[in-house]
Design a protein around this ligand. Structure first.
Ligand code: SAM
Length: 269
């Protein structure tokens, strides 16, 4: 059992809490039994590379299934003390397992070439909870990929990883690209591009919008504070509003994304 949280190996992994260290090593940490299980299943499928897994020794019985998943995926695992697990995680009560994973991002060209039917694009999304929830709801709606534009939160930030609850491992995430270039590439690949914006004339529930929802579609969502820049609204095929029936100024980004992506998914199914 690995018991020294100050061991060089652990100290070096702790640096992955910082974006610059992650980007340099192209590694990130995944914590929690459920998310680690998803990472290992993805590794066994060849969709992710997991370098190693740490399992909390005092949680051994509960984590036994992760041993077999790691073995199936050919990933080395090691038992560690609660102190070591705590040193690697940034939650107050870590759930006993941590995986060291390689970056998952894929080039936009690869996603575009894949014949996608539903893609979510976030333009400068900043809140980690929103980004994780967006990835999770896009996965639930059956989206083929999520794109986080340049200027967005890092998808490998611990809070994003936690909020995505494993969905990060289910489909390609593209990261750090220009929103307008993404829109052009997706349109060239045959998708219509719709932007979600509360101030638009076109209503998501109108017959005009309903008539086009079944087409292959990319949805673009704006920043939490300032929404979508004009150049993005001009680059898309249509800007669509989710009707607000009460007095809320707007919807939370991930909530808006849930409504738009599910509207497309229902029409497409
Ligand atoms: C919190 S909102 C941004 C609000 C911001 N004050 C603005 O000017 O747009 C974040 C994103 O969620 C989506 N969104 C929120 N409410 C929406 C609505 N009623 N209709 C369509 N999209 C909405 C949009 O993509 C928006 O850019």
């Amino acid at each position: 059992v690995l018991s020294n949280p100050r061991a060089d190996r652990i100290k070096s992994l702790r640096r992955l809490a910082k974006r610059t260290a992650r980007a340099e090593q192209r590694l990130f940490l995944v914590e929690g039994g459920q998310a680690v299980a998803e990472a290992l299943v993805a590794a066994a499928r060849g969709d992710a590379s997991v370098r190693e897994v740490f399992l909390a020794a005092d949680d051994g019985a509960r984590l036994a299934h992760l041993e077999s998943l790691a073995t199936e995926a050919g990933v080395p695992y090691e038992y560690a003390s609660a102190d070591v697990v705590r040193a690697l995680t940034d939650t107050v009560t870590p759930q006993g397992a941590v995986a060291v994973c390689e970056y998952l991002d894929r080039p936009l060209e690869e996603v575009v070439a894949g014949g996608s039917k539903l893609v979510a694009v976030a333009a400068q999304i900043r809140d980690p909870g929103n980004a994780g929830s967006l990835i999770r709801v896009a996965d639930a709606a059956g989206a083929d990929a999520v794109v986080l534009s340049e200027g967005s939160v890092d998808p490998y930030n611990g809070k994003v990883v936690r909020a995505s609850v494993g969905s990060l491992f289910h489909f390609p995430i593209v990261d750090g690209v220009s929103t307008v270039a993404t829109i052009d590439a997706l349109r060239d690949a045959g998708l219509q591009v719709l932007a979600a914006d509360g101030a638009s004339e076109a209503d998501l529930d109108s017959p005009e919008v309903a008539a086009v929802l079944a087409r292959p579609t990319a949805w673009v969502f704006g920043n939490e504070a300032w929404g979508l820049p004009d150049e993005v609204k001009q680059a898309v095929d249509a800007v669509v509003r989710i009707p607000i029936y009460g007095r809320a100024e707007s919807l939370n980004l991930a909530t808006a994304a849930a409504l738009c992506l599910y509207a497309s998914a229902r029409a497409q199914q």
